[in-house]
Write a protein that binds this ligand. Structure first.
Ligand SMILES: [Zn+2]
Ligand SMILES: [Zn+2]
Length: 252
C-alpha cells in the first residue's frame, strides 16, 4: 500500500500547499481521498498518473475538499486521448449524489454524461465496503460538519486512517487505534483553537490514544506554519511524526 499526500493545504491559498487530496494505492485500487482545488494539477506536477484513478472518496462537502471533482471529471473526458472508458466510483457520506449533481449541473454537463461509467455511493458511517479483493473502506462520523466522516482503508496487513477535517474526538482516536499511518488534520495553533479543527496538542492527545505507527499531519493553515509543530507534538506524544508536504509519500 502506498500513501501520497497530494494536497496538504486548506481554504487559504498558499504557494506550496494546494487544497486537500491524498492518494492511496493498494493493488488495483487508486483512491483519491478528497479532491480540493489544485489537486488535479498537483497530481500532474508530481508525475502521478491521474488517468487511472479508480475511486474518489469525499470526507465532507467544504469547497477545499471537493472543488476539483468537476475538474477531474472534465480531465478524464476532455483531457485524455482516447477519453476515459474505465469506471469511476465516487464515495462519500449521505448528500454526495446531490453535491455532485449540483457541481456538474452548474457546469452544464451531468456526471452521468461524461462518457465513462460513474457510480456514486453514499456510505453510512460504520459500514465496511469491500472496494476490491483484500481492500476495505470504512467510515466514521467526526465532529466538523453534520456529514463529515473519517476513513479507514485496510489493505493486506496494513491500515491507514484519514481524519478528514475534525474537531477533537477521543472516540475517533480509539477507532483509529493501532493503524500503521494516521493521516490527520492539524489546522491551527493552540491560541486559535476552535471546536471543529485540531491543534498540535489535540493531535498529540489523539495520537497517544491511537498509537499509530506513523503520525502524518496535513491541512495546515498559515498561522500554524509559524509553529514548530513536531516539537509541539513531541511535548505530549512520543511516537514518530511527519509534517506532510504536497508530494510526501510512504510505502506501507
Ligand atoms: Zn478543510
Ligand atoms: Zn472542512
Amino acid at each position: 500500500m502506498r500513501l501520497t499526500t497530494v494536497g496538504t493545504g486548506t481554504a487559504a491559498p498558499v504557494a506550496d500547499r494546494v487544497q486537500a487530496g491524498h492518494l492511496v494505492e493498494c493493488g488495483p485500487v487508486r483512491m483519491l481521498l478528497d479532491c480540493g482545488s489544485g489537486v488535479s494539477f498537483r497530481l500532474a506536477a508530481l508525475g502521478i498518473d491521474w488517468t487511472t484513478i479508480t475511486h474518489v472518496a469525499l470526507t465532507h462537502f467544504h469547497a477545499d475538499h471537493v472543488l476539483d471533482v468537476p475538474t477531474m471529471l472534465t480531465a478524464w473526458r476532455y483531457g485524455m486521448l482516447p477519453p476515459r472508458s474505465a469506471p469511476l466510483e465516487i464515495i462519500g457520506p449521505a448528500g454526495t449524489a446531490t453535491l455532485v449533481d449540483r457541481l456538474t449541473d452548474a457546469l452544464g454537463i451531468s456526471w452521468r454524461e461524461y462518457g465513462f461509467p460513474v457510480t456514486i455511493r453514499e456510505m453510512p458511517p460504520g459500514e465496511r465496503l469491500v472496494v476490491a479483493d483484500g481492500v476495505v473502506l470504512e467510515s466514521r462520523s467526526v465532529p466538523h460538519t453534520a456529514e463529515s466522516v473519517a476513513y479507514l482503508i485496510e489493505g493486506p496487513g496494513r491500515r491507514v486512517v484519514y481524519s478528514g477535517d475534525t474537531g477533537f474526538d477521543d472516540g475517533f482516536a480509539h477507532w483509529a487505534a493501532g493503524c500503521d499511518v494516521l493521516l490527520i488534520e492539524c489546522s491551527l495553533p493552540e491560541s486559535m483553537a476552535i471546536p471543529t479543527h485540531l491543534t498540535p496538542q489535540q493531535v498529540a492527545t489523539i495520537a497517544t490514544i491511537a498509537s499509530p505507527g506513523l503520525l502524518a499531519l496535513t491541512h495546515l493553515y498559515p498561522p500554524l506554519e509559524k509553529v514548530d509543530v513536531p516539537a509541539a507534538i513531541a511535548a505530549h506524544h512520543a511516537g514518530p511524526v511527519v509534517v506532510c508536504h504536497d508530494g510526501w509519500s510512504t510505502e506501507l
